[in-house]
Write a protein that binds this ligand. Sequence first.
Ligand SMILES: Nc1ncnc2c1ncn2[C@@H]1O[C@H](COP(=O)(O)OP(=O)(O)O)[C@@H](O)[C@H]1O
Ligand SMILES: [Mg+2]
Length: 364
Amino acid sequence: MYIKTLDIANFRNYEKQSVILSDGLNVFMGRNAQGKTNLLEAVCLCSIGRSPRTPRDKELIRWDNRRARVKVEVSTRAGTESVDIVLDKAENKRVAVNSLPITRMGELMGVVSTVFFSPDEIKIVSSSPGERRQFMDIALCQISRAYFYTLQRYNKVLSQRNKLLKSGRATDESLEVWDMQLAESGAKIVKTRRGFIARLAPFADENHRFLTADAENLELSYEGVDGETLEEVTANFLKELKNCRERDLFSGFTGIGPQKDDMKITAGGIDVRAYGSQGQRRTAALSLKLAELDLSKSEKGDSPVLLLDDVLSELDKPRQQKLLQRTAGLQTILTCTHIDEEVFAGVKNYKVFTVENGGVTPSV
Ligand SMILES: Nc1ncnc2c1ncn2[C@@H]1O[C@H](COP(=O)(O)OP(=O)(O)O)[C@@H](O)[C@H]1O
Ligand SMILES: [Mg+2]
C-alpha cells in the first residue's frame, strides 16, 4: 500500500500542510528541529492510533491551539481508504475511517499499515522486555484485529485481578474465577506471539545476513508460558498462576503471564539484549523491523509503508546503501539532514522535499 496524501493542521509545529507523496522513496530533508519527525509522527498516529514518541496525544496539538487534525489517504489493493483523526485539548480523540466515525480503536488497525524505524528503536533490543513486547504487539495488532481485542480483554482482566490482589480481600475462590479468564485470553496472546516470532525469525535472519554481508546470523525465540497448542498453554498458565498465588498476594501484582514475557534475540551466537555491541544491537533492531515488513507483506499481500526517521546518519555507508536497496518496490518515507550522493547513487527514483520551520516544499 502507499500513502497518497497527508494533510495536517495545527499538528506540532505545522499550522497547515498538505503533502502529496510518491509511491516510491520520499526523502524529507532539513536541518534539526524543523518538523521532519513530526510528519512521520502524524503518519503513525493514523496508522496505530498513537505517536511513537509520546503516549500523550495532547502534546501533538500545536501550542495555543485547541484542535489538531491529521488526514491520510492510502491506496491499497482494495482501493482508496482514508483515516481522519481529530485531537482536542478537552475531548477524546475522534477517528474516522473512510469518513465514518469509528467507536472501537480496533477498527483503525491495519487500515494504514506502517513500520517505523528511528535511532531510538535500538531500545527494542537493548532496553527492557516491555519494549520487545510492544514491538510484537504493535506488529500483531496491524496484522490481526482479533489480537488487538484479545490484548484489550487480557489487560482488563489483569487489572481487575491485580485490584483484587491489592484489596486484601482475595480468596482462593474469587481468584480462581479471574485466573480462568486470565488464562483463557492470556494463552491466546502467548500462542499468537509465539507463532509470530516463529514466522518472523526466518525473515529477521535473512535481513540480518543481508545487512551484515553474511557476517552474522540472527535467531529469535519467545520466552513465556510453555506450550504449543492453546490447551497446553492455558493449562500451563493456570498451573503457574496457582504456583505463584502466594507471591502475587504478597506483592499485589500478577507475576507471570504475557505482561512479563520476552523475546530472545541471538546474533552471531550471543544474546544481544545483554551482550551486544551498540552496532550489533542497532543492526538487529533494523533487521527486526525489516522482517516485520516482509512478514506483514507475506501475510496480508500488501506491503506496509516504511518510515525511516534519521537512520542513515547512524549507519556506516555500506549499510546505508543496503538499507536504501531494501526500499525498492515499497513506499518509504525517509528523513535526513542531507543527501549523500554516493549513497543515493544506486536508487532509481526518489522524490525530495525540503522541510523548514513547519513547512514542506517539494523539490522540482
Ligand atoms: N505541540 C507543539 N506545538 C508547536 N511546536 C512544536 C510542538 N511540539 C514540538 N514542536 C516543535 O517542533 C520542532 C521539532 O520538530 P521535529 O519534527 O522533531 O524536528 P526534526 O526536523 O529535527 O525531526 C521543534 O521546533 C519543536 O519546538
Ligand atoms: Mg527528527
